[in-house]
Design a protein around this ligand. Structure first.
Ligand code: COA
Length: 282
């Protein structure tokens, strides 16, 4: 998919309405070297410091790309320079946009793994995303035995060896997306809830995990042959939700940054960008 013209770029960076959930991803294969010297300038000084501390270049690049993607999208949607965005962390570290920016209730979540990154957004709904490289090591049954619910372990054991890895990564990313949507991270033990990766995906809870399965919508996508991505959204009327998934390219992200934000186009895209500017006194 290309974002060569204004309309498709505008469409790609569309601010979600209350019944729309957006997920963007970027596969890092083939991103040119010049990008890795430019994109750190999109990050905050703290993020640049953190990026500099990674031991492995591939981790630095995934981290940089995920934060560049988020900041470029926010810039394009709400007209504030990428490095100027500030975030506040919840009790278990989940970041949200700093309320001082005075924006509507945009919620987001990012994920980075070897060779790919993802960003998801929803308006006023808890959202979590997880992307994993399905080529990484580890034995599915052993990891599942340590972390997954008994019913998920049984599903894996009943699956043919050829399909086991695929099922394992679908379950893993769903579980991570769910704990990330709740904002609890590892504070929520992963065996307290169980997925059935049918169509639609369903979740059930142990007694010690208070939640309502009817409030949740899940999706699993394949950004590349080697990557699995899952999305979790808490939405009271999930049947109304439309999920928009957008593969991004490095040049599309660069265009998000370079393109002047037009109030008219933002209005066309369904969000009154001028109101936010007025609220911020711009
Ligand atoms: C943060 C956590 C929720 C996800 O970690 P992860 O899968 O390694 O990392 P991801 O790339 O998907 O997500 C990281 C991003 O999530 C966000 N994040 C941090 N804490 C979060 C939380 N409590 N809830 C939601 N999102 C969070 C941050 O934006 C973070 O990005 P940053 O570190 O670059 O700032 C982690 O605490 C976790 O649950 N790890 C589980 C790992 C595990 O043991 N899995 C077992 C197999 S099922």
């Amino acid at each position: 998919m290309g974002f060569e013209d204004w309309q498709s770029l505008s469409e790609a960076a569309h601010v979600p309405d209350a019944d729309t959930v957006c997920v963007w991803w970027l596969v890092l294969d083939g991103v040119p070297e010049t990008v890795w010297t430019r994109w750190p300038s999109l990050l905050s000084p703290e993020e640049r410091d953190r990026a500099a501390r990674f031991v492995f270049e591939r981790d630095r690049r995934s981290y940089t790309a995920a934060h560049a993607l988020l900041r470029a999208l926010l810039h394009r949607m709400f007209d504030l320079p990428p490095p100027a965005w500030r975030f506040v962390n919840g009790p278990h570290g989940k970041p949200d946009i700093d309320p001082a920016h005075g924006l509507p209730a945009v919620r987001f979540n990012i994920s980075h793994t070897h060779g790919a990154v993802a960003c998801a957004m929803a308006m006023g709904h808890d959202i979590g995303v997880d992307i994993e490289c399905a080529e990484r090591g580890g034995h599915p049954l052993e990891i599942a035995g340590a972390y997954f619910a008994p019913s998920e372990q049984a599903l894996l054991r009943a699956t043919s060896p050829a399909s086991q890895r695929d099922l394992f990564f679908r379950l893993w990313t769903l579980k991570e997306a769910y704990v990330k949507a709740r904002g609890e991270g590892l504070a929520l033990p992963l065996d307290r809830f169980a997925f059935r990766p049918d169509d639609p995906v369903t979740i059930s809870f142990a007694e010690s995990c208070a939640d309502d399965a009817d409030d949740w919508l899940f999706r699993t996508l394949r950004p590349s042959a080697g990557h699995v991505l899952s999305l979790a959204v808490r939405h009271g009327t999930r049947n109304r939700v439309a999920v928009r998934s957008r593969p991004m390219t490095h040049s599309a992200i660069d265009r998000l940054i370079r393109t002047e934000v037009s109030v008219t186009s933002q209005r066309d895209a369904g969000w009154q960008g001028s109101d936010a500017r007025e609220r911020r006194g711009l």
